[in-house]
Design a protein around this ligand. Sequence first.
Ligand code: C2O
Ligand code: CU
Length: 518
Amino acid sequence: MNRRAFLRLLGITTAGAALTTVAGCRGPARSGALLTSQVPLPERFTVPLPRPAVAQPGPDGVYDLVQRAAMVEILPATRTEVWGYGGTFPGPTFDVRRGAAIRVRVTNELPVPTSTHLHGGVTPAEFDGYPTHLIVPAGLTGPDLRSTVHSGHGGHAVGWRLVDRTFTYEYPLDQPAATLWYHDHRMDFTGPQVYRGLAGLFLIRDDIEDALPLPRGDRELPLVICDRAFAADGSFRYPSVDPTLLHERGVAGAYHQGVLGDVILVNGAPWPTAEVAGARYRLRILNASNARRYDLRLDPPPPTGPAFTQIGSDVGLLAAPQPLDRVLLASGERADVIVDFSTYPAGTPVVLRNALGQWSTVDVMRFVVGRATVDDSVIPPALAPVETLAPAAAVTRRRFDFRLSGPGEHGRQWTINGTPFDPATAVASPVLGTTELWTITSDFHHPVHVHLGHFQVLSRNGRAPGPADAGWKDTVDIRPYEVVQLLVRFTGYRGRYVLHCHNLEHEDMAMMANIDVV
Ligand code: C2O
Ligand code: CU
């Protein structure tokens, strides 16, 4: 029986909405609305996988990051304007040590204000990239600047901190080795500004990780995965209500669900290809997409052993390696995994696919396996000491409901506990150093991200958490109508931080709340 006949038997027409549901997942499979490119899509697996440059400090020990526009070739023979850190997309990779206490001087040469957030960082509030702590570019003055500041959610002028042209962020980095990332976090405009290129990886290393015989050097590959659509002129296509990104926030029509592109980029290249040796590789995978979710598989799967062995989650190494045949990543999540290419015969093309993709978005990239070579790496049975948080340790319980609300007082908006983001109030005041038990509910795909606080997933729909929930995390994939319990601990600093949905279109449409750590 073919697929069509099978679906007919179930009473489903091939044009029906039921095609967008996936077994094992209640509700829509899609986490946004698809925007298609207006240029012909390039052939897959023709562009080599780029490796982002590594950020270097200047003579004064400070890392300089200039945010600027640049014309780059993403699709072959097509010019695309990116807004990048250093004019590159993704931005340079930070590769720094635990406790390095680095300073990053961000200079804004873009036409819009920016705020830079170190995602997963344990950072003092003043340097955390709060949405209304903005670097205002030199050219933005007068009515444009006023309207930028006052058009914010409901016109509140509370909590704005405007600095002229440049700001130096201080990152103490007193936290375990992990795969973090940094990206723009401007109030109401994070989605379009990240989409234009303001994102990069930020790796923290420590002595515990150094002592492990993991693949390193050339055999450690960062993979920043995101989707984009391209307009006829080669520019990134994004459905902003106000393409200047200065006045009115928001996206057109169905894109309030989230923007999905039809081109998959890895490290800024469309469906790239990487030659790998027949050896173990460490892949640092980041889902930097605005709204797209990934269920990554290797095709073909390896002849022996698991496709992936996960060694780290969002904010640190796991206690022990976890064999996986798939890596599930919602927006903002990371997975640190080992793939053993030595199990494939030399010459095998191995495609990294997204089982949640459709048409052009099924393929992500391709590896081509070379000859087996000397490989002294080992995946040790124990990785790092990881404290397991116990529910009994929770001093406070809270509920956060992520939902499209309205019509009503706030109209149709993405809300947390029925309320759109109000910069003037806080929904919770956790005490520094304590653990809380949070219950999250949702009506759609909402990857929930907490600033400062790291957490462990306690349960998912009343059952044990899934493999994708393992370890210390800062972002959790919440699917439609799920109930997920988290044990959250706030350490490091007191002050005002945010909790929000990491579907960036939801975030920009007010699915955010203040958390005051006291
Ligand atoms: Cu990755 Cu508040 O964001
Ligand atoms: Cu959401």
